[in-house]
Design a protein around this ligand. Structure first.
Ligand SMILES: [Zn+2]
Length: 258
């Protein structure tokens, strides 16, 4: 199947209908950056992949920015994209001490195109050619954008809802079929595989969060009910400090589906 922006948008619209969400094509913009740039933004935006080595987003990540730039992670970690608030990235300027770093962030922020909500979906790609893979990433980042537009799940970039947003997004991509033909069955197989063999990649590590949304939504047949279940889930998440713990303990007490 030919992959392209229109095909991705068509699928996002379908997802919005399936989940009872609002859709407006104007908010789906994209910025294409290099791997290094994407990694820097992921670091600043609060990707949990950097928690252990460089601490929490905000003060700690700012303090360790130099260390991150000199580390292998800058080029080794292969994140494909992210969706971030430009404002949040710019807020690092006042946290950083080194003028070199400040201007680096300013320059990087200029390459980010925000939508009308100040939110920027970013895809790793070369300027010359947007590969098929890049459209897969675009699909993922635009699913985040759809949820963000509907004010579902998110607080801010850098908060500890990251993994829940990620779980919801990956679930929703596959639910009732993603745009290249895989569905929740594929996720379930991966979940079982990970239970046996352990989670290594970021995708595998996030599967326990994906599983929560499969259990929450899969049995719902009406878009409005799916929407309500998602909102209820996030409304019932306890204080942010608890949100990074093993998710089972903080599943909503009363599930809307079996
Ligand atoms: Zn994501």
């Amino acid at each position: 199947m030919h992959k392209g922006k229109e095909e991705v948008l068509r699928k996002i619209r379908e997802k919005a209908d399936q989940l009872g969400l609002k859709f407006d094509r104007k908010i789906f913009v994209a910025s294409f950056l290099t791997k290094k740039e994407v990694n820097i933004l992921n670091y600043l935006a609060g990707s949990p992949a950097y928690d252990k080595k460089f601490g929490k987003p905000g003060q700690q990540r700012a303090k360790n920015f130099e260390k991150f730039l000199l580390s292998n992670d800058l080029i080794k970690i292969d994140s494909k994209g992210l969706a971030v608030q430009k404002r949040y990235i710019l807020s690092y300027i006042k946290l950083l001490n080194d003028p070199k770093h400040k201007s680096m962030i300013e320059k990087l922020a200029k390459k980010i195109r925000p939508n009308s909500m100040g939110y920027s979906p970013i895809v790793k790609a070369s300027k010359q050619k947007i590969s098929e893979d890049s459209f897969d990433v675009m699909f993922h980042e635009w699913m985040h954008t759809l949820f963000n537009y509907n004010r579902l799940g998110f607080y801010n970039t850098g908060d500890n809802r990251w993994k829940y947003n990620e779980g919801m997004t990956v679930f929703a991509e596959y639910y009732l079929g993603n745009y290249y033909g895989r569905d929740v069955g594929f996720l379930k197989e991966r979940i079982e595989w990970t239970k046996k063999h352990g989670a290594k990649t970021t995708f595998e590590k996030n599967l326990k969060y994906v599983d929560m949304f499969i259990k929450l939504i899969e049995a719902e047949t009406k878009p409005s009910k799916r929407r309500t279940a998602l909102f209820k889930f996030f409304k019932e998440l306890p204080a942010p400090a608890a949100a990074r713990q093993w998710p089972k303990a903080i599943l909503p007490k009363k599930r809307l589906s079996q």
